[in-house]
Design a protein. Structure first.
Length: 365
């Protein structure tokens, strides 16, 4: 009997603080027209809470959607690179908040692809019979270590989280993750690097949170397209399908130009693309998972849809997953779990970061 890992619960959590392009123009030399023309982005979210808090709310909503309780969870996999603590891991904090005391916990960090790598790991463990279900998370709070003085990166990133509940399905139906391709161009790891994050910088005068982003935009663009195109081609070939069998493409929302060029190279119509980059920008590991949740919520993903999810991240990691959605596209239960409220706007939260960084500057480059 072939066991598959069906997605039966989904949820997202976006912090209420909105940072729009006009707000950004008050802190860096930019404009709405400049940002939109180059990225397609109009807004992004800024969190007033830790990443584990965003992940917790997303998980609570995914569990309610699946009609499950926290004590039924076998495994929690947190995907992200902005963990509020490294030791202990972030997944154990989510377990604590949920009360999921029977769940094993692990973190995965492949930068922007982390949420989708978490889905691959959980699906493989379910298919192997190691576990019967899992909560997988893609979550980031990038804003505290963003270099808000560098317009090349400050305009791109936001905060958010999404989660999925995966469970074993013993039926003969094709459901869940069907094919995947994962890879990394390690020779390109330095073209997207955040200096100041990691023990490499300990005791060298780097205050935690003060960073320098090495962001080689043109090289990232080329390698991102190469990696995602390769991944998509490999996943499609493994599954033995034609491109027109794909119903929806939910790509990593790093840049509208990248999304459109990838669709063009794959010869896929733009009508099959789900795009929400204008709403949230690039949320790193949360990006593709949030987009997939919204594609379901908005009715773009339907019962039985075949979904292609290509992504890339620092490393330079890349991935592509082919997912067969199940019959259900609506939650089984409502969820009343919410984030703590805040009166602060996105811009006010960013100004708090700027003030903190001005007191504790990174070493000169």
């Amino acid at each position: 009997m072939i066991v598959q890992a069906a997605i039966t619960g989904w949820g997202k959590c976006l912090p209420p603080g909105v940072l729009n392009n006009q707000d950004l123009s008050t802190i860096v030399d930019t404009s709405d027209e400049w940002i939109v023309s180059r990225t397609g982005m109009k807004e992004r979210r800024i969190s007033h809470v830790d990443v584990s808090d965003l992940a917790y709310v997303a998980c609570a909503r995914a569990l309610a959607c699946a009609g499950k309780s926290a004590d039924q969870v076998d495994m929690i996999i947190f995907g992200g690179c902005s963990n509020d603590t490294q030791v202990p891991n972030s997944s154990s904090r989510v377990q604590q908040l949920l009360g999921a005391n029977n769940a094993a916990c692990m973190d995965v960090n492949t930068a922007c692809t982390s949420g989708m790598y978490a889905m691959s790991v959980a699906s493989a463990m379910i298919q192997a019979g190691t576990i019967r279900n899992a909560l997988i998370i893609g979550a980031e709070v990038i804003s505290p270590f963003m270099d808000w003085t560098d317009r090349n990166v400050a305009i791109l990133f936001g905060d958010g989280a999404a989660a999925f509940y995966l469970e074993a399905d013993d039926s003969s139906e094709e459901i869940g993750l069907q094919a995947e391709a994962l890879g990394c161009y390690g020779d390109s790891r330095d073209i997207l690097a955040v200096e100041g994050v990691g023990l490499k910088y300990a005791n060298l005068g780097w205050p935690l949170g003060s960073t320098h982003w090495n962001f080689e935009g043109q090289n990232i663009f080329k390698q991102a397209i190469k990696g995602m195109y390769t991944g998509c081609q490999q996943a499609i070939e493994k599954q033995g399908i034609a491109k027109n069998d794909i119903d929806v493409v939910v790509p990593h929302q790093a840049n509208l130009r990248i999304i459109e060029l990838l669709a063009n190279k794959l010869d896929l119509p733009e009508a099959k693309l789900f795009v929400n980059v204008h709403r949230y920008g690039n949320m790193s590991a949360a990006t593709a998972p949030v987009a997939l949740v919204e594609a379901v919520e908005e009715g773009v993903v339907k019962s039985g849809s075949l979904i292609l999810v290509p992504a890339f991240g620092a490393g330079l990691t890349w991935s592509a997953q082919l997912i067969r959605w199940g019959k259900r596209c609506t939650p089984l239960m409502d969820c009343d779990v919410e984030l703590p409220s805040t009166s602060l706007t996105g811009l006010e939260l960013v100004k708090q970061c700027l003030e903190a960084h001005s007191k504790h500057k990174a070493p000169a480059q």
